[in-house]
Design a protein around this ligand. Structure first.
Ligand code: DC
Length: 207
């Protein structure tokens, strides 16, 4: 089984994906980490984020061993949003994600274009949303827990800007697949969101 989870920044899709994978005995890939790893390579090497040749080289030499929570800072997320709009970068990262999804026993992938581009054949597609203010509140709590300084107003502005960039880019924009189930987690904690997602998966499988 493949479960595709898409949604905007800080909507809770990563935690949801992890929990669904554990529940169904599937592998999990947070595809945001892939774009973040490429972005971090660009930042560390000092190349401009619109340097297509270097961004593609970084994408082609992707090292999954580098996917970890240290990539979850604000600056890397913002840079990931910028390099992910480069079509050649997305093309270079396609096979890795599709192979991951196709490897038995299946997987839960979360990102922006899983249900629309990476795995349009997924049995279950969930589009997770939450109000920007609630997403900013969650992200602020996460960053504070990591010891990062937080400017609440700047964080909300960043989330709104990132939504705008990710959903209006020409290639693989953030949008629900026509057959995706919408899950609004604004008033749900993570346990309630997981419960609602499992109910959606079960309902879809019964059909
Ligand atoms: O989910 P995240 O915040 O870790 O993602 C960081 C950025 O990576 C996001 O702003 C856009 C990009 N991204 C993408 O374009 N496609 C994906 N499938 C996942 C992330």
């Amino acid at each position: 089984m493949i479960i595709a989870i898409d949604g905007p920044a800080a909507s809770g899709k990563g935690t949801l994906g992890q929990r669904l994978a554990t529940h169904y005995g599937l592998r999990h890939l947070d595809t945001g980490l892939i774009y973040r790893a490429v972005a971090r390579t660009m930042l560390d090497s000092g190349h401009a984020l619109d340097d297509v040749a270097h961004a593609v080289a970084a994408a082609k030499s992707l090292d999954p061993a580098r996917f970890n929570d240290a990539l979850k800072d604000q600056r890397t997320g913002e840079a990931a949003s910028i390099i992910s709009a480069i079509p050649e970068v997305r093309a270079a990262l396609l096979a890795f994600q599709r192979d991951f999804a196709a490897t038995p026993p299946g997987a839960v992938l979360d990102g922006r274009d899983i249900g629309t581009v990476i795995a349009p054949q997924a049995e279950v597609k969930i589009f997770v949303t939450a109000a920007p203010q609630e997403r900013a509140r969650r992200r602020a709590a996460e960053l504070r827990a990591r010891g990062e300084p937080v400017d609440d107003a700047a964080l909300l502005a960043d989330i709104i800007k990132r939504d705008q960039r990710d959903s209006t880019r020409a290639i693989a924009p953030l949008r629900p697949a026509p057959d995706a189930h919408l899950l609004d987690t604004t008033t749900l904690d993570i346990d309630a969101a997981v419960k609602a997602a499992i109910a959606l998966v079960e309902r879809t499988r019964r059909r």
